[in-house]
Design a protein around this ligand. Structure first.
Ligand code: PMP
Length: 385
């Protein structure tokens, strides 16, 4: 099996797996005052520090959650509680876009959605316009797109954040696909809130975090109300083993991210060159934009992605976004980039990561090329009958 679906979920890093298993074997509620509880709390503290080091923030600015979906919901719901407008982009993950739509339902004039160009780069014009003409509560712009890997321009984001802060708006970024894949330093990135999920960088599923910058005035609207854990932002017994695994993955990612990103982008370039050579007519989405090292979104016009994936059962890739798989609608990201519905349905996403090898890439090229040839032949035969 060649696993090239890191944007859906990455295999656990060995360090994270070992740390998670060892934490699972220990008893202790991190809120309990006795020895076992203090042991659990100490393990959570270590993980909080490991994540803070990866992000360049302080441990006290981290709220552990069940993942990025919850972190995004917490950020948007809390910010919107103060009233005003939410501003975001057309290519956000549904955990941002659908949350923003749900919050502003019935008040559509309190939602601004910036369009993107054919490379997936957002036109921030409507957001700047909103900052001049309305009371904006929060701007949410993702750092890396999960379907195409297209990156936000950090200098543009810094300018936007400056304008937002002058206007009294908060800035949030969904960095779920960016954290651990490219170096990041929250000392330089002037956002108030950032969401992440452990399983995208080699930690376990079902655990993530929201960074909330000290001093940012976010209305206190926890989604979970109860025992007051995580400074009252997220009640519920801490998922100690998950958090420990997240911390270990964060540390491993931090130590390796520069070398890994160079190696992985080389593999991605080889994959794209191989596909271009072997699959006539294929097009890479977002190819003129800066992208994550490991992501290739490839449209093969006229060739349905689900048929291609079915014809290569030994390669794990994805049609559009795995987060919305099962939903019959075409990718909102590709449609926002001006692709037709048919092209969106003819798009396969390969996403590579820290454990991907050259051999994986060579096998994926061969297998995908054969799969496309097979599907094309089948379609030609069906059309002829
Ligand atoms: N945001 C982005 C950009 C994502 O790619 C994902 C996961 N596909 C999420 C949010 C949601 O993360 P989780 O499933 O861990 O809640």
């Amino acid at each position: 099996m060649v696993y090239l679906d890191y944007n859906a979920t990455a295999p656990m890093r060995p360090e994270a797996l070992e740390a998670t298993l060892s934490a699972l074997k220990s008893v202790g509620n991190a809120s309990s005052m006795h020895h076992s509880g203090r042991g659990a709390a100490a393990r959570v503290d270590v993980a909080r520090r490991q994540l803070a080091e990866l992000l360049g923030c302080s441990p006290g600015e981290i709220i552990f959650t069940s993942g990025a979906t919850e972190a995004n919901n917490l950020a948007l719901r809390s910010a919107y509680a103060r009233g005003g407008t939410l501003a975001t982009t057309a290519v956000e993950h549904p955990a941002v876009l659908e949350t923003a739509r749900a919050l502003t339902a019935g008040k559509p004039d309190t939602l601004v959605i910036a369009p993107v160009d054919s490379n997936g780069i957002a036109d921030m014009g409507p957001i700047y316009e909103a900052l001049r003409t309305r009371d904006v509560a929060l701007i949410s712009v993702m750092l890396a797109n999960n379907e195409t890997g297209v990156l936000a321009d950090l200098a543009d984001l810094a300018d936007l954040a400056e304008a937002a802060h002058e206007a009294g708006a908060l800035v949030h970024t969904d960095a779920t696909q960016y954290v651990g894949r490219l170096p990041l330093d929250l000392a330089d990135l002037d956002v108030d809130l950032l969401s992440l999920s452990a399983h995208k960088f080699g930690g376990p599923q079902g655990v993530g975090a929201l960074f909330l910058r000290r001093g940012a005035t976010l209305p206190h609207r926890p989604l979970m109300i109860g025992g007051g854990h995580e400074r009252g932002w997220r009640a519920g017994t801490l998922n100690v083993a998950g958090i420990v695994g997240l911390g270990a993955a964060a540390e491993a990612a931090r130590l390796n991210v520069r070398a890994e990103s160079v190696r992985i982008s080389g593999l991605r370039d080889r994959l794209e060159a191989g596909l271009h050579a072997r699959v006539p007519g294929c097009q890479i989405n977002g190819s003129s934009a800066p992208r994550l090292p490991g992501v290739t979104s490839i449209t093969i016009p006229g060739v349905p992605a689900d048929a291609v994936l079915a014809a290569m059962p030994n390669v794990a890739a994805s049609d559009g976004s795995a987060c919305s798989s099962g939903a019959p609608s075409p990718s909102h990201v590709l449609l926002a980039m001006g692709r037709t519905r048919d092209d969106a349905d003819a798009t396969v996403r390969f996403s590579l990561g820290y454990a991907t090898t050259e051999e994986d890439v060579e096998r994926a090229i061969e297998t995908a090329a054969d799969a496309v040839t097979q599907v094309r032949a089948l379609m030609a035969a069906t059309a002829a009958t």
